[in-house]
Design a protein around this ligand. Structure first.
Ligand code: G3P
Ligand code: MG
Length: 238
């Protein structure tokens, strides 16, 4: 079985990283939902991709410079018709939506630009509180955070890396950091990379494939799963 992960929720059919997008991913029958977590200025974990508010909300400035009470007032519909007023969700709300659904959660800690000290512990506490510890994969582009997560928990931890990131033998780096998974970008998810990572006992989940031909290439390369913005249409053809 190939894991199909809804990237930022079903972000083709609803605004990314909103409860509407996560609900649609559940309806689509995805294996899991991927989303991004940052901290408000008062250390509340919030689900939003960018470090700044402009692209996806009607706010301005950095997430980290706003309290949760301020962030809760914002419209995170990104101007998409039919979704006006859709808020930025808190981590706990997303986990509460997923808990009864049976879907997995991939919580990506967005801490490679703003460091968010304590984010690892805050996320782990929320996972425990939601009773989701048996259906969570944690991940980060921050190698320091991956190492910290691996120290703190037995949950699965994935190392992300960027398409243009110079990282020699990323599967070895992942193992050295204590990760149990590698989350490579689609264009670096070759059969050779997948084989090397799996030889190290790592799971491999590639991001992001939206067209069936892209999905097919990843499946042929042998990935365990892939992230897609449209879990209802990015299907495997062969
Ligand atoms: O976790 C996979 C993918 O979400 C990483 O990139 O920028 O979409 O968070 P990004
Ligand atoms: Mg992400």
């Amino acid at each position: 079985m190939i894991e199909v992960w809804a990237h930022r929720g079903d972000s083709v059919h609803a605004p990314e990283n909103t409860l509407k997008a996560f609900g649609k991913a559940v309806q689509a029958g995805a294996y899991g939902v991927e989303f991004d977590v940052q901290l408000s200025s008062d250390a509340q974990p919030v689900v939003i991709h960018d470090e700044t508010l402009e692209r996806t909300t009607n706010g301005t400035g950095r997430v980290v410079d706003h309290t949760w009470a301020q962030l809760a007032q914002l419209d995170a519909s990104a101007g998409r018709p039919g979704f006006a007023g859709e808020p930025i969700p808190r981590l706990a709300e997303v986990l509460a939506l997923l808990a009864p659904s049976g879907l997995w959660a991939n919580i990506e800690l967005k801490n490679s630009v703003v460091a968010y000290p304590g984010l690892e512990e805050i996320v782990l506490a929320a996972v425990q509180e939601a009773g989701m510890a048996d259906r969570v994969v944690l991940s980060s582009f921050s190698q320091a955070s991956v190492a910290r997560l691996a120290d703190l928990t037995d949950l699965e931890v994935g190392l992300l890396f960027e398409p243009n990131e110079l990282i020699f033998r990323p599967w070895r780096r992942a193992v050295a950091l204590g990760a149990t998974a590698l989350h490579p970008p689609r264009l670096r998810s070759s059969a050779a990379l997948v084989r090397a990572a799996r030889d190290q006992g790592l799971k491999v989940r590639a991001w992001v494939a939206n067209r069936p031909a892209e999905v097919n290439r990843l499946v042929e390369a042998g990935v365990d799963g892939y992230f897609t913005d449209s879990p209802s249409t990015a299907v495997i053809l062969s």
